[in-house]
Design a protein. Structure first.
Length: 195
């Protein structure tokens, strides 16, 4: 495993939007997730799933398009480039095997911005938008998937505060109680004790 290679330090003299633009420029030129070669595309080739012959793709479509299993329309600007840069940066700092939950969290965040009449501006994210994104994550997916998506929302919110892209009154926590998953040790032990 290689050490993280990306390091973005916000400039105090710049406004959040200018810092986001500098952040996007840094990530656009990165080799992480092949960003340098495919940053301007709406569907990224992320390699193969380990042990499978199946291509892993990152699709930057809206929440609505995803729910209809379509790759278009893409997330609107300026959120689209921010979402791509966030995916790249977080993969460098906190790598995951599949980008599905992070992309789902970003879709919910952008949809919550639109619902709040804040356009698709990452700098407009606040506690209300984050709470709305969690509600959107809960719709039409299993509680386990929604919980993991909410966890990614929390990571994204923490990252955005740390990099001074947004300001929150306090550390935001999604508040979603972890669901019991089928196959968990507790569920298995309960199943094994049934006469």
């Amino acid at each position: 495993m290689t050490a993280p290679v990306l390091n973005f330090t916000p400039q105090a003299e710049l406004e959040p939007l200018a810092n986001i633009e500098a952040f996007i420029a840094l990530c656009r030129d990165s080799d992480v997730l092949g960003a340098r070669k495919q940053f301007d595309k709406s569907v990224w080739d992320l390699g193969y799933f380990k042990g499978q012959n199946k291509v892993n793709r990152g699709v930057f479509s809206t929440l609505e398009a995803c729910r209809e299993d379509k790759s278009e329309p893409s997330l609107p600007q300026p959120f689209l480039d921010f979402a791509k840069a966030t995916l790249v940066y977080l993969q460098d700092k906190r790598p995951v095997t599949s980008q599905a939950q992070r992309i789902a969290a970003l879709r919910c965040l952008e949809a919550a911005l639109r619902e709040s009449n804040k356009g698709s501006r990452p700098t407009a994210i606040d506690e209300t938008v984050l709470d709305s994104a969690v509600v959107l994550a809960r719709q039409k997916v299993s509680p386990a998937v929604a919980y993991r998506t909410a966890g990614q929302l929390q990571i994204i919110a923490e990252f955005m505060c740390k990099k001074e892209f947004i300001r929150l009154r306090q550390r935001w926590v999604h508040g979603f109680k972890k669901p019991r998953e089928i196959g968990s040790s507790h569920a298995r032990s309960a199943w094994l004790t049934v006469p």
